[in-house]
Design a protein. Structure first.
Length: 286
DNA sequence: CTTCTTGTTACTGA
DNA sequence: ATCAGTAACAAGAA
């Protein structure tokens, strides 16, 4: 499940590989993925240069020449896998067994680039989104996302302002809300709240100043460490080279239901909150 | 067979 | 307006 660190890993890898190249072709195997209209995608993209690859929260967007943008949201199981000409000629066989083979039955869109490399969009559950946008449409889209704690300045007083002091919403649901702070998903919210020693059911208005400070600190810390580790591979996630992320070894509560808390040895509980599996330690978190 | 999984949006009802 | 809860989307794992 790609969250901010996974999306950032893909973004930075891709940018290094494709900046300055042009789109030469597209192969669309599942038209419903292209929300801006599959039939016109080729004419829109053809000969456009890739100026940069950008991100806000979990959204990736390619900045192209002529003020055009290509927006990609991976949702739950989307992947962007890059292969250069040599790798394609080798028949999709990769250097290590760990890597994702492409194209495969979940490859729905293939973007072809001017140096004969390709980007394969895979999506097992087909919830992902690819669409083109002009400058206006992009800005409208970006407005749906709150502050990105890695991309933008994110001082404590701004986080306090975002939280407000009247919300009766639980902190887990609040942190998952992309309009408030963008980029956190189920894995990293559980980890942040464990490290901050705050129970996920706590309402925003019940949080003490010291707890808000800890949550703020750990949002930035956890995301930065996870980017350094190139993300968490639990199920489906892989980076642009088809490799897995290394954050799994840092997980304290996520996917550890029934196991011993690494701090106090009590049992890690799992409940459903904000419609999500939520992991926590009753003893460590208050 | 059933249940569970997650990101996001849409909907309902409080 | 705000929020909780749930369904929907789809495929696979257990």
């Amino acid at each position: 499940m790609p969250e901010l660190p996974e999306v950032e890993t893909i973004r930075s890898d891709l940018e290094k590989k494709i900046k300055g190249l042009k789109f030469t072709g597209v192969e669309i195997r599942l038209p419903k993925i292209i929300k801006s209209g599959a039939s016109k995608l080729l004419t829109e993209l053809k000969n456009k240069e890739i100026l940069s690859v950008n991100r806000k929260g979990k959204l990736i967007y390619f900045t192209l020449s002529d003020e055009l943008f290509l927006i990609v949201h991976l949702r739950m199981t989307g992947q962007l896998i890059y292969k250069n000409k040599k790798q394609i000629i080798a028949g999709g066989h990769s250097d290590t067994l760990e890597q994702v083979q492409v194209p495969n039955k979940h490859t729905h869109v293939i973007l072809e680039l001017s140096d004969d490399s390709k980007i394969y969009y895979n999506d097992l559950r087909q919830f992902g989104v690819i669409k083109t946008a002009n400058k206006n449409e992009l800005e409208k889209e970006l407005k749906k996302y709150g502050t990105d704690p890695i991309l933008e300045k994110f001082p404590l007083d701004e986080f306090e302002k975002i939280l407000g002091n009247r919300s009766t919403r639980n902190i887990k649901a609040f942190l998952l809300d992309q309009k408030k702070v963008s980029g956190l998903g189920n894995i990293y919210v559980d980890e942040v709240l464990f490290l901050s020693r705050v129970l996920p059911e706590r309402t925003v208005q019940s949080l003490k100043k010291s707890e808000i400070k800890l949550i703020h600190e750990h949002i930035v810390k956890v995301l930065k460490l996870a980017i350094k580790e190139r993300g968490t591979t639990f199920n489906n996630y892989s980076d642009a080279d088809g490799n897995k992320g290394n954050f799994l070894k840092h997980l304290k509560v996520y996917q550890r239901a029934g196991k011993e808390c690494l701090v106090c040895k009590n049992e890690i509980y799992k409940i459903k909150l904000a419609g999500r599996g939520t992991h926590f330690c009753k003893k460590c978190q208050k």
